[in-house]
Design a protein around this ligand. Sequence first.
Ligand code: SF4
Ligand code: SF4
Length: 200
Amino acid sequence: MSSSVFTYDAATSKPLLDEVQKRSGQNLQACYQCRRCAAGCPVGEETGVTPDRLIRLIVVGDREAALNNLLVWKCVACYTCGTRCPNSIQTARITETLKQMAKKAHVTPLTPRIADFHSAFMTSTRHLGRFNEIEALTIYETKTAIKELSQGKVKAVIDEMVGQARLAVDMMKKKRLHLGVDKVKARSEVKALYEKAKGR
Ligand code: SF4
Ligand code: SF4
């Protein structure tokens, strides 16, 4: 959670604001802190940072807090904030932008598992043009297992594997686990969209 006091940094405020506005396509300067977004955000209470606060962190140039807070990773992209905002500011696009910026800046995420799941989701959808449970979960579980084993967290890895195996069996019994590989026809178009988004 970030401090309750905002720290204004004149040297970083404009470059940070300009970069986030350009990459997210959102006009953060239109925000007048009415907090309508905060009232509807389903994760604001647990993240300690609400959409209005995230915008303020960017406007005052607090790069460290803007890139490293729980809302960036726990935003569920429900778009409630944008629907409520009188200035149509879509914070989900801002949190997505900050994820990319944090990754590029090699900031260690506060929620590594969520960051790894996000990365696996993006890799799978880029590859097949749509989300594939088996591929994405294999990428995610392998990555987190290697990382946690290197940190000596053997029990956490075993618990995760057992939990996932049980879940898979339950889902198969209910015919809810899709084992096929579905691809979209125009996969090259999806990849091109990803490349375009990466360059923003
Ligand atoms: S609802 Fe819009 S204008 Fe109001 S605080 Fe949230 S982002 Fe800013
Ligand atoms: S899109 Fe994200 S920031 Fe906006 S209300 Fe939903 S969870 Fe909160």
